[in-house]
Design a protein around this ligand. Structure first.
Ligand SMILES: Nc1ncnc2c1ncn2[C@@H]1O[C@H](COP(=O)(O)OP(=O)(O)O)[C@@H](O)[C@H]1O
Ligand SMILES: [Mg+2]
Length: 382
C-alpha cells in the first residue's frame, strides 16, 4: 500500500483575512470549497500557503492578512493551525503573526523554522493570477519554476536570497559615481558570491527542469496537453556543457568585464535573475503564449500535476495542491480527467469554485470533502 501522503485533517484560522474564527475538518483526497464570490474561499487556500516558505499564494504582507472589520480596525495578529496526518503519524503545525517581526512557527509545541514546515507539508499551488504566466514577463515563470525547485532542493531559497542580496549591493556600488570599477576588492567579493550562488541556483533549476520533464511524460496526454519545457539562461546553458567550477569562473570573469556596461545600464545584465522558462504546446509545436486561454490553463494544470508527480517521485511525499478556481476554464472532460489524476496521485487537493455542480465528476472519481462557505462567514461541510 502506498504510504499516506501528508494532508491536513483539521484547519483552524483566527483573525486571518475574512476569517475571524474558522474550524474545518477535512480528509485526504479532494477538499472542494464552494460559495459565492468574496466569501473567503481563496483566503482559506492562502492561509494554508502560509505554512510554506515564502509569502504565500497572494504574495501578501503578513500584516495585511490580519482580519480587518468594516471600520478598518485590524486584529493584532493571526494564526493558522493545521493538524497534519502523514506517513510518520500526526503533526500539529502552527504559524502565527503577532503584529511585528516574521511568522512564528511551531511544530508539535516546539519552535521551528518555516523551512521545517516545507518538509512536513510540501505544497504547490495554482491560482487565477497565474493565468497570465505565459503572456507576462519572465519573472513570473522563474518564480513558478523556483517554487517547484524549492520543493526538491531545500537550499535553493537561501541561494536565491544570497544572490539577490549580493546583486543589489553590486548594483548600488556600480551606481555610486565614486566607485572605482577596477581594482575594487569589494566588487570582487560581491561577484564571487554572485558566481557561487548563481551557479548553485542554475544547477538547482536544471535538476528541477529534468525532474519536471519526467513528470510531464507521466500525465496522460489525452487529458492535458503535454508541454515541452526548456530553460533559457546563460549559466543554465553553460552547466549542461561544463563543470560547475568552470561556469563559476566564466561568470565571474564576465561580470568583471561588464562593470562599466552594467553601471551604465543601472543593473546586472547577466545572471540567473534573467533566466526564463520556455513552454511549448508539444503536439502543436506552439509557444504557450500563443495558445488559447483554455489551452494555456490546461497546459498550466498539466505542469502542476507533473510537478506534483515528480515531487512525489523524488521526495516520496505527494504535495498538497491548492487549486484556486481551477475548474473555471476547464471543460467537463478535463475536469473529470483532473479528478482521476488527482485520485491516482493520492494526495490532498484543495479546490475552490463557485458552483458545486462543476465538481460532480469529482465525487464520482475521488473521495471528496465538500465545504460550502456561507454569507455569514461560516463553513458548512456538506
Ligand atoms: N484583511 C482582511 N480582513 C477582512 N476581510 C478581508 C481581508 N482581506 C480580504 N478580505 C475580504 O475577503 C474577501 C475575499 O475573500 P476571497 O477568499 O478572495 O473570496 P473568494 O471566496 O471569492 O475566493 C473579500 O470580501 C475581502 O473584502
Ligand atoms: Mg477566490
Amino acid at each position: 500500500m502506498a504510504p499516506i501522503a501528508p494532508h491536513i485533517r483539521r484547519l483552524r484560522l483566527t483573525g486571518f483575512r475574512s476569517h475571524q474564527g474558522l474550524d474545518l475538518a477535512c480528509a485526504n483526497g479532494a477538499v472542494v470549497i464552494t460559495g459565492a464570490n468574496g466569501l473567503g474561499k481563496t483566503n482559506v487556500l492562502e492561509a494554508i500557503s502560509m505554512l510554506a516558505p515564502g509569502r504565500g499564494l497572494r504574495s501578501a504582507n503578513l500584516e495585511d492578512l490580519r482580519f480587518r472589520d468594516p471600520q478598518g480596525i485590524s486584529c493584532d495578529g493571526w494564526t493558522v493551525l493545521a493538524d497534519i496526518e502523514g506517513p510518520m503519524g500526526f503533526t500539529r503545525a502552527g504559524v502565527a503573526y503577532e503584529g511585528e517581526g516574521g511568522r512564528r512557527v511551531r511544530v508539535d509545541g516546539e519552535t521551528r523554522r518555516v523551512d521545517d514546515l516545507a518538509q512536513a507539508l510540501p505544497q504547490l499551488w495554482l491560482t487565477p493570477s497565474m493565468d497570465r504566466l505565459f503572456v507576462d514577463g519572465a519573472s513570473g515563470r522563474r518564480k513558478f519554476l523556483d517554487r517547484f525547485a524549492q520543493t526538491l532542493d531545500g537550499a535553493l531559497a537561501r541561494h536565491l536570497s544570497a544572490y539577490e542580496k549580493a546583486m543589489r549591493e553590486r548594483n548600488r556600488l556600480l551606481q555610486t559615481p565614486t566607485t572605482s570599477l577596477s581594482p575594487n576588492p569589494w566588487l570582487d567579493a560581491l561577484e564571487d558570491t554572485m558566481a557561487l550562488e548563481g551557479v548553485a541556483i542554475a544547477a538547482s533549476r536544471l535538476a528541477a527542469l529534468d525532474a519536471l520533464a519526467v513528470g510531464l511524460v507521466s500525465i496522460p496526454e489525452a487529458a492535458f496537453p503535454r508541454a515541452e519545457i526548456a530553460l533559457e539562461g546563460t549559466l543554465e546553458a553553460a552547466l549542461r556543457q561544463s563543470s560547475a567550477v568552470d561556469v563559476e569562473d566564466g561568470f565571474r570573469d564576465r561580470m568583471r568585464a561588464a562593470r562599466a556596461l552594467d553601471a551604465s545600464a543601472g543593473r546586472s545584465l547577466e545572471g540567473p535573475h534573467r533566466s526564463d522558462l520556455q513552454v511549448v504546446y508539444a503536439a502543436k509545436n506552439m509557444p504557450a503564449k500563443e495558445c488559447s486561454t483554455g489551452e494555456q490553463k490546461a497546459l498550466l494544470v498539466g505542469l502542476i500535476l507533473a510537478q506534483a508527480q515528480s515531487v512525489a517521485a523524488r521526495i516520496g511525499d505527494v504535495p498538497v495542491l491548492l487549486l484556486d478556481e481551477v475548474a473555471a476554464h476547464l471543460d467537463s472532460h478535463r475536469r473529470a480527467a483532473l479528478a482521476e489524476i488527482l485520485t491516482h496521485l493520492g494526495g490532498q487537493s484543495w479546490i475552490t469554485g463557485t458552483e458545486m455542480e462543476a465538481f460532480s465528476g469529482f465525487a464520482k472519481n475521488a473521495p471528496v470533502t465538500a465545504i460550502q462557505m456561507t454569507p455569514s462567514g461560516e463553513a458548512v461541510t456538506l
